[in-house]
Design a binder for this molecule. Sequence first.
Ligand SMILES: *[C@@H]1O[C@H](CO)[C@@H](O)[C@H](O)[C@H]1NC(C)=O
Ligand SMILES: *[C@@H]1O[C@H](CO)[C@@H](O)[C@H](O)[C@H]1NC(C)=O
Ligand SMILES: *[C@@H]1O[C@H](CO)[C@@H](O)[C@H](O)[C@H]1NC(C)=O
Length: 404
Amino acid sequence: MMHRRSILCRLVLLCPFLLVFHHQHCTTTATRIVDLSQPWEKDRLYNRNKAYCNIQSSMHPKIIQGWVIVQDGRIVAEGHGYDHDENDLFRSYSTTKNFATMLIGKMVELQLVYINETLGDIFNNTSDWEGVSQATEKQTVTLEELLTMTSGLVSVTDEAIQDQETLQQVLQYMEYQSNQRGKFNYLGSNNILSRIIYRRSGKTPLPFAQHNLIFDKLGIPELWIQWGTFGGVEGSAYGLNTTPRTLAKLGQLYLQNGLAAEGDQLISSDWIQASTTDQLADDTESVQPLFLGYGYQWYVDRTVRDDMFVPLPQLTGAYAGQGALGQQIVVIPDTDTVIAIMSDDATYVYSYAFFATILQNLDKLGRDVDEPLKCDDFSLWSFGIRGSLGVMSAGWKVLINCLF
Ligand SMILES: *[C@@H]1O[C@H](CO)[C@@H](O)[C@H](O)[C@H]1NC(C)=O
Ligand SMILES: *[C@@H]1O[C@H](CO)[C@@H](O)[C@H](O)[C@H]1NC(C)=O
Ligand SMILES: *[C@@H]1O[C@H](CO)[C@@H](O)[C@H](O)[C@H]1NC(C)=O
């Protein structure tokens, strides 16, 4: 019964996909390796075709701050909200986690830490745990469990203990629930990873990254990095202010399997693979409808297991960093694509509909004929049409749950 329903479900839901996405590229393109230390190159058709206009005119210019799409290593389309340009910095919220996990990968490569080490191994001085509740339980949590959000640690809601000025406060700022161990629980704002980087490398995240030439090799100017600190330590869960082009550089590094340029392995390919492979057990899933799997602080596409959900064909094999208010870094290896969006969308409606519009136009960007044109201005009317078409075709879980 379950099985029959699931087939029906898929057929019904796939029809609109096939209509809307008949241009979909089915072939896998090889990744073009670019030298990331250089500024982004622009494609010949950069912002010069209809697909670009479809995207730009569905962008609410007061809510979306900036966006960029990279294909085959070149920017094919890019836009900004009112009064912004590519040098403006915005809050990256939890996409900061994607920078932090890259740095942990560097630490592992340098053998400064192992992912099977526990918080007790890392913070091994009794004074580290002074005043920390559930210290014995928390000490058993491994770094790998922290990276996959399956440690049994859950966010605390008690505002009184939300300071993260000291290591003890950071350790206090989470609660251990043994029945949650092995299950995905998003620890949204805890900065424990930056404390691990600091303890084991002797450097806080920004100096550690600079020491290892990470931003130089990614061609990210210092002006584009403004990293908020907690007790003098840059945040690993949030706190980085940067540009959409920076997020796209990180995405492209992952797409290039850790190569900053041909022959220059900046982050080990083993780390990239493990980070972007679903590490969750079958009985648990992330909270993002389009990316139910989770690697090391990256959301990853998961094969349908749940007959209520049909994933988007464009996102097969994709992975993403996501942050509050609509921040996104999406990497799609099959089409050699990276998408970065920075927004200030408390409703999430505009940013999700905008993302859906991007997906619908992806295969025509940089590939369609160019035409000298002027795009329509944003209007709620055209946003409504494009956005709802996009959202409908995006097969949001919630929508499907309503239908079945
Ligand atoms: C942890 O991992 C390292 C490196 O992979 C390995 O040498 C070590 O034996 C592991 N330790 C434990 C306790 O499993
Ligand atoms: C704590 O861990 C560090 C790094 O592994 C080690 O050098 C040090 O000896 C340990 N200290 C104690 C008190 O176990
Ligand atoms: C443990 O921490 C205390 C207080 O910060 C410090 O004085 C002491 O030297 C540390 N011990 C070791 C073995 O690192």
